[in-house]
Ligand binder design. Structure first.
Ligand code: HEM
Length: 453
């Protein structure tokens, strides 16, 4: 373990970390139910005073709008404890620096470019279909989130970096999960408080996981280009680094942006697909509709970007999955100056936690919110939606840069994989949630794959 990795080892579990405070929820059988009851009792805005700081939980649209849109400059990004994952990448920074880092990357996420990315996504999906063919023949149990994580990493590497995945994605998936599991950090923190730190072995410390993570950007840069494309996000970032008029783009910025995409652009898409397969296993009629739609729209050819636009039902399944299981279930910020929200004073330095999960599951905005109904997202039904009642990709200027890309990746992968395989879910029903840094299924999502004839 490097000293850099060791220095990071307990940060998610420090007492003044929001993750430390919310980690008890992780092990509750129903973390979102606990939050829902807490927020309902507190009228949608609940401050919790800790020894060293105050955390204010919020679950109403007007709070979300206040923090993410109307007063966005008063609420700085909060990434304590996640520094090793992201470094100083765009997702963590604010102000003019954030603008200078985001702006040149924007064209690589413009809708016009996605048609170019679709064949690269398809290549990753083809490889996954081959893997799944072998897994279906062996009949072994797989963790669906691990499967979809590896697929999403492959799509990001090919489309944005022009690389085939230059690392073992299964090992990296395990490492990232070990690090972002806040309850692990909490356990270590509690051992430290009890004076038992000497009992904490190196294996228990999430730092050993981070060593693997920190090596990824160099592996990406060093890998042989896949198709020698000129216009890639990686090229753009390297050109910025070489440009003396862009001092913000130092080498570390490039490394950190790569890490950011391998997390923010991978784990979120992976969870969307993982939860979608879980929902489809409980609604086989929806899986059948996805199959029939694929046959009707693109038949036996490889789908194009235009075809993806026509996969209305498949895309609606993706959107409904993101409503029920938003991977980013909490938006966390740090107040810059005092303010007032929901009748509560906000002091400079308070941590503000907005809960999109509760907005997505609120009876105020959604009919029968716990029901899986992709039809809600079909054209025509969407007009009735209340603004900011659906925010899986955030809101305001810090809206997800890759939201459109993620929807294309997920619709393509779902359409292709569901057409060829039936995924049989083997875990508890309903699947349990672990409110980790992202909305994880507790204990994973065990599946057996069956190839359709
Ligand atoms: C279904 C998949 C995805 C979900 C649910 C998702 C969700 C989000 C959310 C909620 C935010 C804003 C967080 C906040 O305001 O605190 C965000 C930001 C971001 N996402 Fe995504 N994301 C997804 C896919 C992607 C993909 C595919 C990429 C890129 C390949 C990506 C890259 C980013 C980046 C770079 C940011 C930071 C933007 C900024 O700060 O300006 N995401 N994402």
């Amino acid at each position: 373990m490097t000293s850099e990795a060791h220095a990071y080892s307990q940060t998610l579990g420090e007492e003044n970390s929001v993750w430390f405070t919310i980690s008890p929820f992780v092990n509750s059988p129903d973390p979102m139910g606990v939050l829902k009851r807490l927020l309902a009792r507190g009228g949608g805005c609940v401050p919790i005073q800790l020894k060293s700081e105050r955390i204010v939980f919020m679950s109403e649209i007007e709070h979300l709008r206040h923090v993410l849109v109307d007063h966005v400059d008063n609420y700085a990004k909060y990434f304590d404890g996640l520094k090793p994952i992201f470094g100083k990448a765009m997702i963590t920074i604010d102000g003019v620096l954030w603008q200078k880092v985001r702006l040149p990357q924007q064209p690589h996420f413009h809708p016009n470019i996605y048609a170019d990315y679709v064949p690269h996504f398809m290549e990753a999906v083809r490889a996954k279909k081959n893997d799944w063919g072998a897994l279906a023949r062996s009949g072994e149990t797989v963790d669906m989130v691990e499967q979809t994580w590896c697929l999403a990493a492959d799509m990001v590497c090919r489309a944005l970096f022009d690389r085939e995945v230059p690392f073992n994605p299964h090992a990296v998936f395990g490492a990232v999960k070990a690090y972002t599991d806040a309850s692990q950090h909490r356990a270590i923190r509690l051992k430290k408080i009890a004076g038992g730190m000497s009992e904490v072995s190196a294996d228990e410390v999430p730092a050993h996981a981070i060593g693997a993570w920190l090596s990824l950007p160099d592996a990406v840069i060093a890998a042989t280009p896949w198709q020698n494309r000129e216009q890639t996000l990686l090229h753009m970032m390297q050109a910025a680094e070489a440009d003396p008029s862009k001092p913000e783009w130092d080498h570390q910025q490039v490394l950190d942006e790569i890490k950011q995409y391998l997390w923010a652009g991978t784990e979120t898409t992976a969870l969307t697909l993982g939860w979608a397969f879980y929902l489809l296993s409980q609604h086989p009629e929806a899986a059948e509709k996805i199959r029939l739609e694929g046959i009707e729209v693109y038949g036996d050819r490889a789908p194009s970007a235009d075809d993806l636009d026509k996969l209305i039902y498949t895309r609606s399944v993706v959107l409904e999955t993101l409503r029920l299981y938003p991977p980013a279930w909490a938006f966390i910020r740090s107040a810059v100056a005092s303010d007032e929200i929901g009748g509560h004073m906000i002091h400079a330095g308070d941590r503000v936690v907005v809960l999109p999960y509760l907005i997505h599951h609120s009876e105020k905005y959604w009919d029968d919110p716990e029901a899986f109904r992709p039809e809600r997202f079909e054209p025509g039904s969407m007009k009735k939606r209340v603004k900011y009642s659906y925010v899986p990709f955030g809101a305001g200027k810090r809206f997800c840069i890759g939201g459109q890309m993620a929807q294309m990746e997920a619709a393509l992968a779902l359409s292709q994989l569901v057409r060829r395989f039936r995924a049989e879910y083997l875990g508890p029903i309903p699947a349990q949630i672990a409110a980790s840094v992202t909305l994880m299924p507790k204990g994973g999502l065990p599946f057996r794959l069956h190839e359709l004839s």
